[in-house]
Design a protein around this ligand. Structure first.
Ligand SMILES: [Zn+2]
Length: 86
């Protein structure tokens, strides 16, 4: 059975937000976590993602309690120098 959540319109552009499964990059206490296949609302116009309180809580719970992750990847970091003119 598919659990549906009614999302409101996008608070950035007013677009329609539809239920989808997304990949989410989550930063918590200086560490990055990636969650895949996360149920979320996605704005059809600008792509802004919305989480329900339940999903956000579940993510924090997993970060705090999970010891075995499905995968760990390394993330390259690039710092723009102040001289860089764009
Ligand atoms: Zn939007």
């Amino acid at each position: 059975m598919r659990e549906m959540h009614k999302y409101g319109d996008c608070s950035f552009c007013g677009g329609r937000v539809k239920s989808d499964k997304v990949e989410l990059v989550y930063q918590y206490r200086g560490k990055l976590y990636i969650f895949q296949n996360v149920p979320a609302g996605v704005c059809e116009q600008c792509g802004e993602k919305y989480l329900t309180a339940k999903v956000a809580k579940e993510i924090e719970h997993r970060i705090q309690t999970k010891e075995k992750w499905d995968k760990t990847i390394t993330v390259p970091v690039g710092v723009f120098s102040e001289e860089a003119s764009l």
